[in-house]
Design a protein around this ligand. Sequence first.
Ligand code: ZN
Length: 84
Amino acid sequence: MNTKCHFCGNKNFKETKVQYIYKHNDKFLIMDDVPCEQCEFCGEQYFEGKILRQIEEEFNRIYVQGKKPIKELRIPIEAFPAMI
Ligand SMILES: [Zn+2]
């Protein structure tokens, strides 16, 4: 898919599966095992547009149509200056 990494210029990529975090209006969807191409040098991840659209559709199925996801997490949120 890629010929050259936009960040480091490296030309070697590996096909892999990663966790992708989609955020929209402060709502999150964590998607596991998303196929991507990863730069072997800097680790930057590249996703096909088609795959990103599928994640967006799943986000809508869950948040708009009420589909039940396979798992839900409670996520703690902190503000950096208030950390101590
Ligand atoms: Zn790179």
